[in-house]
Design a protein around this ligand. Sequence first.
Ligand code: AMP
Length: 281
Amino acid sequence: MQIFQKVEGIRSALHEAQLKGKKIGFVPTMGNLHQGHLELIKLAQKTNDIVVCSIFVNGLQFGLHEDWDQYPRTFEEDCKKLADVSCDMLFHPDENQMYPNGLDSQTRVICSSMTDYLCGASRPGHFEGVTTVVSKLLNIIKPHELVLGRKDYQQMAILYRMIEDLCFPVRIIEAEIHREVDGLAMSSRNVYLSALERQNASQLYKSLSWVAGKIRLGDRNFIALEKEAADQIKKAGFQPDYISICNSRTLEMATIDDCDIAVLGAMYSSAARLIDNISLH
Ligand code: AMP
């Protein structure tokens, strides 16, 4: 696997590949890679000649009191995992490469819908940081396919919109959520869970599944379902942030005749904020 730290280095390597007509798949990450990330690489390999992964813990998408400084950075292990699945290229820029004029004076990309509710409500500015860094990465890598995990459902929906609105010539490929045996969605932030919290953390998935099951059986009392699921999470010892039954595309509150529904949830443990979701058709 080739590793690049500089924008110019990866650009010229990819330029050569593009001249040869190679198809490029791109998997952006913040590192501390787990099996879920590696499944994205494998998915990208199915339809692309060259797969590029990026590892960049993007300061622009973290709030002042969030975990940017503690976010687990495991570069050596990540490189080994990527090499084991035959990833072709890794882009690992530092902040100076990505934000040469400083974070504060960085030109921003703002998606004018879907960013201030659900996760956006408790993480103001987060999605602006995501759309800005992903725009930059797309301009650097120029991939044909961008592989995203459904785990970050709202992020994916916003990136669909950004790509359409700004005419980025890239196609999004969606990857299923990869879970631990008990159903907990794999996440780099699961390392923040205490042993006791880890035992109960699959409650978020269990409650989302309970809501999805009720909707499948015809229950359309969405507000009551959201409330009951939040109560289940409280009883398991976590603080629910939101449980929301949404239209899959707009992420607005679902109406009773919506056919494509996403049930999204977020909860706090003592040191982590975990998210998950289930789609229903
Ligand atoms: P992150 O490193 O957490 O920013 O995630 C990088 C990419 O991996 C995003 O597209 C995530 O949605 C995806 N991802 C993270 N965890 C999972 C998972 N458990 N299953 C599927 N995709 C995931």
